[in-house]
Design a binder for this molecule. Structure first.
Ligand SMILES: [Zn+2]
Ligand SMILES: [Zn+2]
Length: 178
């Protein structure tokens, strides 16, 4: 049996969302996806001055987890994250590595003072999850704006792109031994 991809809630994450992402990841990567044991709220990564969390430290925390049963670890954190040089990040991954993180708050309409849209939020979270996992398979950013590997500079970019890989990225993924 193929080793599963594990979704790792970092702090509190809605169960319905985890299930929706797990289903999409399973389908996209043709591999089982499980929800792993929840990790503590990332107080260790909090930046008081910016009132944001350092995504690199959350990634490091995942990296330290000894989980030989896992093919990939995708951390999901419901805290606003950043990395030096950027105002915020939707996520980050170890290129060609095991671990990746997706930050959820900025994927919600409410973050921008707009009415709640649960389906849109789920769809965005799925796109960012697949995107960051794509990086763990060594995929870079894709010039095709409909491809899930297209770089999201803003939510508009996220909303334009699809949940799946373009033909070129899919071929690269297949070559990576998926
Ligand atoms: Zn990216
Ligand atoms: Zn592509």
């Amino acid at each position: 049996m193929k080793k599963p991809i594990y979704l790792m809630p970092v702090g509190v994450v809605e169960e319905g969302l985890l299930e929706a992402i797990a289903k999409a990841v399973e389908r996209t990567f043709n591999r089982p996806c499980r929800v792993g044991e929840g990790l503590v709220e990332p107080a260790y990564a909090y930046d008081r001055r910016r009132r944001q969390y350092r995504v690199g430290e959350i990634l490091l925390c995942l990296r330290r987890l000894d989980m030989p049963q896992a093919h990939r670890l995708l951390g999901l954190v419901d805290q606003d994250c950043y990395t030096p040089g950027l105002n915020f990040v939707f996520g980050q991954a170890m290129a060609g590595g095991r671990d990746a993180v997706v930050a959820l708050p900025r994927l919600r309409q409410e973050f921008y003072g707009l009415p709640k849209d649960e389906m849109l939020f789920q769809e965005r979270a799925i796109k960012e999850a697949v995107h960051e996992l794509g990086h763990t398979y060594g995929l870079g950013h894709c010039p095709n704006s409909r491809c899930v590997m297209h770089f999201s500079n803003s939510l508009a970019d996220t909303d334009i792109k699809g949940v799946s890989f373009c033909r070129t990225c899919r071929a690269e993924l297949d070559e990576a031994g998926l």
